[in-house]
Design a binder for this molecule. Structure first.
Ligand code: AMP
Ligand code: MN
Ligand code: MN
Ligand code: MN
Length: 303
């Protein structure tokens, strides 16, 4: 059908091929751009629909929404919830959440309390290992917002304890390394219920990145689906192309919708830039397939 005919009968005639990036970070967590600068950079890179998904925190959403309205793109209210599942840390992205939903905010506040305690414990463990000042150094880099391992990594790298932020993670901040504290985050069930209760859709973030056997991964997806999880981040800036294809197959097998997100944290990590995501592999059902937009490009809540 031509677009004129579609318009006559009231179809949505906005361009079909919007560019979606449904995973990104700002200064509200461990990103390095303000929500406004992030949104402006995304718009300049050709992103039409951006989700801001800071770790365990939604305090950047209001500013990002205003910036998106100014830049003429759509902002999806999101969050990346830290989960402990079978002694492993898993990340869930929540999309199109009502940020005023009290149980969600109470849960995120509990996760941030745990973050604060963990930061002190990381500082104590690093001090025992001969590295002084890591807690204060990380806090200074968190700008009074949530404190992340990334902030510790920045301090350690700047003070010559390793060559790069990546190298710091490898030597100090991963499981079994001196600064690592095992996670005690929300359960999978809690995180899905916070997101669903807030009217959102829960998505397993960067699924190819977790170190687990194929059978454990299937168990995770089974539980996630049973709890009401909606999607899998099939395309991720932190996946290889091959990962994207294998995750597409997995999404199909479990009847999960496919999401796509850069996991952009800032321009200093040039290997993950905005506007460069692979398109969803054939056969995926996009998580945005039923999303409705009004004439201004603002996403309307699904009825
Ligand atoms: P946290 O939630 O405080 O435990 O920190 C997790 C964050 O650390 C992730 O969201 C990434 O931004 C960052 N991160 C994890 N592993 C690495 C790595 N190997 N290199 C660089 N950054 C990493
Ligand atoms: Mn991060
Ligand atoms: Mn993550
Ligand atoms: Mn992320």
């Amino acid at each position: 059908m031509g677009s004129a005919a579609a318009a006559r009968i009231g179809y949505n005639v906005r361009p079909m091929s919007r560019y979606y990036d449904l995973h990104s970070h700002s200064l509200a967590s461990d990103g390095t751009l303000s929500p406004t600068a992030l949104v402006q950079r995304a718009a300049a890179a050709g992103v039409d629909v951006l989700a801001l998904t800071d770790h365990d925190d939604t305090s950047g959403i209001v500013e990002a929404r205003q910036a998106a309205a100014q830049a003429g793109i759509t902002l999806v209210a999101g969050v990346e919830v830290s989960v402990t599942w079978g002694r492993q840390t898993i990340h869930l992205v929540g999309l199109n959440i009502d940020i005023d939903y009290a149980p969600l905010q109470a849960g995120l506040a509990r996760s941030r309390d745990y973050r604060n305690w963990r930061a002190g414990e990381m500082g104590r463990r690093l001090a025992k290992h001969g590295i002084e000042g890591a807690y204060a150094g990380a806090m200074a880099r968190a700008h009074g917002r949530i404190i992340s391992r990334t902030h510790f990594a920045q301090f350690l790298a700047e003070n010559g304890h390793a060559e790069s932020v990546r190298a710091v993670f490898h030597s100090f901040l991963k499981p079994n390394k001196p600064g690592y504290v095992p996670g005690e985050w929300a359960t999978l069930e809690e995180a899905v219920s916070w997101i669903n209760g807030a009217g959102g859709q829960a998505v397993i973030a960067h699924p190819a990145r977790y170190t687990m056997t194929a059978s454990k991964r299937r168990k995770l997806l089974q539980e996630f689906v049973a709890l009401g999880g909606a999607g899998l981040e099939v395309v991720s800036g932190s996946h290889s192309r091959g990962d994207n294809f294998s995750m597409a197959q997995l999404a199909k097998n479990f009847g999960l919708l496919a999401s796509a997100g850069s996991d952009f944290h800032g321009p200093e990590n040039p290997w993950v830039e905005l506007g460069r995501l692979q398109t969803l592999p054939d056969g995926c059902n996009a998580i945005w397939q039923d999303w409705q937009f009004d004439a201004c490009g603002t996403r309307r809540a699904a009825s």
